[in-house]
Design a protein around this ligand. Structure first.
Ligand SMILES: *Cc1c(COP(=O)(O)O)cnc(C)c1O
Length: 227
């Protein structure tokens, strides 16, 4: 199956999952995760109407972006070292993976130099796995408050990566928990913070994530094939 055909399938599945949850499918955006994939695959997806692409590695992203003339939107979704934030300034429209204040400070500094503001999501390690990035659930609100004081960063929501399960239903409680945390933080009405995005769900479990409130699903394998 071609990338265009797979994309169409994913779009239908997103629409069905949204409909099942009584949600407007337009409130769910698809991030095509193109890590390890060549620029040609990104171009193919672009031509099939895909707009947002997610990458995990700074060097890979900058090299790939330079070789792709199509207009598209890059999101950074991987673990980000603070000293690499400068390479993303002006290139990405959303950083999904802000998990500490020092990183947000670097992002603010570099976007500030461009006279711009960077939209970010706070990554939360809901399951508390040692192998995963993300702030703790109990630390999330304070981190949001601290980031909100920075001049050139705007918190737009939360992101999580639950433990890996074969059964998507097993991930559902983590999605529900992220939604609960997001509502709780929204209730605090921190100035400058808008809790409108929930980035959760990947190839194996995006439907469950949509049913639990995802607004951004990050899908790689199901579009581009096995890495
Ligand atoms: C690789 C990756 C994805 C996509 O995973 P698939 O299972 O290939 O859909 C989503 N989110 C993050 C943070 C990733 O690193």
């Amino acid at each position: 199956m071609s990338i265009a055909q797979r994309l169409n399938q994913i779009r239908s599945r997103i629409e069905e999952a949204a409909a099942e949850a009584g949600r407007d499918p337009r409130t769910v955006r698809l991030v095509a995760v193109s890590k390890t994939r060549p620029p040609e695959d990104v171009v193919a997806a672009c031509r099939a109407g895909q707009v947002i692409f997610g990458e995990n590695y700074v060097q890979e992203l900058t090299a790939k972006a330079a070789g792709i003339p199509e207009p598209l939107e890059w999101h950074f979704i991987g673990h980000l070292q603070s000293n690499k934030a400068k390479y993303l300034a002006g290139l990405v429209t959303l950083v999904h993976s802000v998990d500490r204040l020092s990183l947000a400070e670097e992002i603010s500094r570099h976007w500030g130099r461009l006279g711009r503001c960077c939209d970010v999501l706070v990554q939360v390690n809901i399951a508390g796995e040692a192998s995963k990035s993300g702030t703790t659930e109990t630390g999330a609100l304070q981190l949001v408050r601290d980031i909100a004081l920075l001049p050139n960063v705007r918190v737009r929501g939360l992101m999580t990566m639950p433990p890996f399960f074969d059964d998507p239903e097993a991930a559902r409680p983590y999605f529900a928990e992220l939604k609960r945390l997001s509502d709780l933080i929204a209730g605090e009405a921190v100035p400058g913070v808008e809790m409108k995005e929930l980035s959760m769900g990947m190839s194996g479990d995006f439907e469950a994530a949509i049913q639990e409130g995802a607004t951004l699903v990050r899908v790689g394998t199901a579009i581009f094939g096995e890495r």
